[in-house]
Design a protein around this ligand. Structure first.
Ligand code: FAD
Length: 310
């Protein structure tokens, strides 16, 4: 059995693997796609000590580093169920889609999350070429230009306020008749001179010139009128979904499906830890996921040295 079995090979899982292996623990990583969301990132410019890199390069370096310290990487493998052990010194069982079952004294869940897509024409085509999901990551790329934010919940309104400080103009489109964000945020948004808000606005299409985004086509659901908004960027903020559906009944999750963790990354089950975008820890970023992964591995080590000697 593994001392530490990690599910997920993004920044959180990789950092956990690095820390666990360097403690001399028998460590494995099961990852459907090593690198995780980082693979889909065009430019990374906010990781300390790395002024600029591209996602696939960052992901390849993560994998190389964990393999070099002796982590057993099971790439291309998807976990389908976790059966926690009943007793603190026992083994947890992780079932894979392949039919295999892996056993481990501690488990770290680092399965990340996925952005909910609009599902309109042009969105996939112009992803990373004007269509963006993370204002902290990509906001500076649109300095002085016109952008739209889709979604009027807390994350959409926060994104619009954030972007209003960088972009020339921000248009926020919300499908429902009113914004769902907290009143203080809506008040702040309404006070900004370079923001326009449209409610009952249905996004129809992301328009581009073949290379980059040039506009957004939307329909006013009240009047039925269609509009074409010229712009350089579209930030989709309609939800981040944690990859935790398969953990039903195994560990406690909140209303959004995020795994509930304490300050050490421990879940509701002894010996099972979680880190990164799949957890309740706020602000989903690479540097945060990596830090949380390191923390979860150190907490797993702490738990292991406290297990009864057998
Ligand atoms: P993820 O990166 O999501 O990795 C999850 C891992 O779990 C993957 O290996 C996946 O294959 C695996 N997995 C999931 N389910 C299973 C399963 N059932 N069985 C086995 N494996 C499974 N952040 C920044 O800090 N800077 C940026 O510039 C930046 N740009 C971004 C651009 C885009 C387009 C996107 C989508 C995100 C961006 N982010 C950026 C956010 C950042 O990528 C995430 O916060 C970070 O990758 C989270 O790391 P993670 O390890 O928690 O999860």
């Amino acid at each position: 059995p593994f001392d530490v079995l990690i599910v997920g090979g993004g920044p959180a899982g990789a950092a956990a693997g690095l820390y666990a292996a360097r403690k001399g623990l028998r460590t494995g990583i099961v990852a459907e796609r090593f690198g995780g969301q980082v693979n889909d990132t065009a430019a990374i410019e906010n990781y300390p000590s790395v002024p600029e890199t591209i996602g696939p390069k960052f992901a390849a370096a993560l994998e190389q580093q964990v393999r070099a310290v002796g982590v057993q990487v099971l790439a291309g493998q998807k976990a389908k169920a976790l059966e926690p052990t009943g007793d603190a010194a026992g083994l947890h069982a992780l079932a894979l889609e392949s039919g295999a079952t892996l056993r481990a004294r501690t488990v770290i869940l680092a399965t990340g999350a996925r952005w909910r897509n609009l599902g309109v024409p042009g969105e996939a085509q112009y992803r990373n070429r004007g269509v963006a999901y993370c204002p902290h990551c990509d906001g500076p790329l649109f300095k002085g230009r016109d952008v739209a934010v889709i979604g009027g919940g807390n994350s959409g309104v926060e994104a619009a306020i954030d972007l209003a400080g960088l972009a020339r103009h921000v248009t926020l489109l919300e499908f429902a008749p009113s914004l769902k964000a907290d009143a203080v945020l809506v008040e702040r948004l309404r006070s900004l001179p370079n923001v326009t808000v449209h409610t009952e606005a249905q996004t129809l299409e992301v328009v581009g010139d073949g290379a980059v985004v040039t506009g957004l086509r939307w329909r006013d659901r009240a009047s039925g009128a269609e509009h074409l908004l010229p712009l350089a960027g579209v930030f989709v903020q309609i939800g981040l979904v944690p990859n935790t559906e398969w953990l039903e009944g195994a560990v406690a999750r909140n209303a959004f499906g995020e795994i509930v963790v304490d300050a050490k990354g421990e879940t509701s089950r002894a010996g099972i830890f979680a880190a990164g975008d799949c957890t309740t820890v706020p602000y989903k970023q690479i540097v945060i996921a990596a830090g949380e992964g390191a923390k979860a591995a150190l907490a797993a080590f702490d738990a292991l040295i406290r297990q009864p000697v057998r």
